[in-house]
Design a binder for this molecule. Structure first.
Ligand SMILES: *[C@@H]1O[C@H](CO)[C@@H](O)[C@H](O)[C@H]1NC(C)=O
Ligand SMILES: *[C@@H]1O[C@H](CO)[C@@H](O)[C@H](O)[C@H]1NC(C)=O
Ligand SMILES: *[C@@H]1O[C@H](CO)[C@@H](O)[C@H](O)[C@H]1NC(C)=O
Ligand SMILES: *[C@@H]1O[C@H](CO)[C@@H](O)[C@H](O)[C@H]1NC(C)=O
Ligand SMILES: *[C@@H]1O[C@H](CO)[C@@H](O)[C@H](O)[C@H]1NC(C)=O
Ligand SMILES: *[C@@H]1O[C@H](CO)[C@@H](O)[C@H](O)[C@H]1NC(C)=O
Length: 235
């Protein structure tokens, strides 16, 4: 056994690699640079995505390093169909003052998801952070604003989990934002009622994630693996 097991593993590897399935729509490119783009997302051709919300820009400034963009200057590093997440890198906002309190440098940042798109900021996977005096950082949705504001006399703390760990140097200027997506802003029950628009493929089921409460996603049935949004994706 001790001799056989490693040999079996070795001989299985190439087989597994050569039959690796694609999570993109058939005929569509699966990767932008080194980032996989699973359906309902798509690149290059609008027909590769389920709809315009999921059609992403795969741009390269130089030919060799294409970047998957959520928005200009916001590259995507990971899309998970299992978790329903998109991880986006952004430059963090900052302002710098010299010793006499004159602002010497600043950068403002904002990210808008819009109310029509099936994207939400994850409130379980992000830590919304604002550090220092004379600072305002807010998150607004269609019903309320959450934020962290401070001036010389007061410090308000965000309703979101707030990190108060200072970051210095390069780390302070780049951060990841996790966005959660649903396939459509409907409950499973309503989605199933219109079979021509229902997005879960064969051997997949519909789920309404509790923590989001704003739409549905698909998952493969037990014992199946693959992309539940493709017609025969779960195998
Ligand atoms: C993808 O490429 C970027 C830039 O080339 C690199 O920083 C990153 O580590 C790569 N990610 C993976 C998973 O290989
Ligand atoms: C992607 O590249 C095209 C052509 O170079 C350009 O028109 C477009 O604005 C770029 N998109 C983004 C999001 O940078
Ligand atoms: C992509 O994100 C998901 C959800 O956060 C995570 O489980 C997965 O490990 C990530 N994949 C990569 C290559 O970072
Ligand atoms: C701060 O910046 C202002 C405006 O540039 C300048 O007049 C002042 O001398 C600077 N103070 C220090 C301590 O560098
Ligand atoms: C989802 O749909 C409901 C009801 O149609 C609406 O109130 C809500 O604003 C929508 N949410 C998003 C994120 O589009
Ligand atoms: C069902 O979905 C199709 C395709 O998206 C759409 O054209 C149609 O209007 C929908 N029907 C109902 C009753 O919502």
């Amino acid at each position: 056994m001790w001799v056989f097991l490693p040999m079996m593993l070795l001989s299985l590897w190439p087989v597994a690699a050569s039959t690796a399935r694609s999570d993109a729509k058939p005929g569509c490119q699966e990767k932008c640079g080194n980032v996989s783009v699973p359906y309902p997302f798509g690149i290059l051709e609008p027909s590769c995505a389920m709809n315009d919300y999921f059609f992403l820009n795969c741009n390269s400034t130089d030919e060799s390093h294409p970047e998957l963009l959520f928005a200009p200057n916001m590259p995507i590093s990971n899309i998970s169909e299992l978790e329903g997440t998109v991880t986006v890198g952004i430059d963090a906002a900052f302002s710098c003052y010299n010793k006499t309190g004159i602002q010497t440098d600043f950068f403002q940042q904002q990210m808008t998801l819009g109310s029509a798109r099936p994207f939400m900021f994850s409130h379980t996977r992000n830590i919304f952070t604002a550090i220092a005096y004379d600072t305002l950082a807010v998150v607004t949705n269609y019903e309320s604003t959450y934020g962290a504001a401070s001036d010389k006399s007061s410090l308000k703390i965000s309703d979101w989990p707030l990190s108060r760990t200072a970051k210095y140097g390069k780390d302070a200027y780049a951060t990841d934002v996790v966005i959660e997506w649903v396939v459509e802003n409907k409950t499973c029950e309503k989605a199933k009622a219109n079979t021509s628009a229902y997005s879960c493929g064969t051997n997949a089921y519909c789920t309404d994630p509790d923590e989001i409460d704003q739409g549905y996603r698909c998952l493969c049935n037990k014992g199946f693996e693959g992309n539940p949004y493709l017609k025969d994706g779960c195998q």
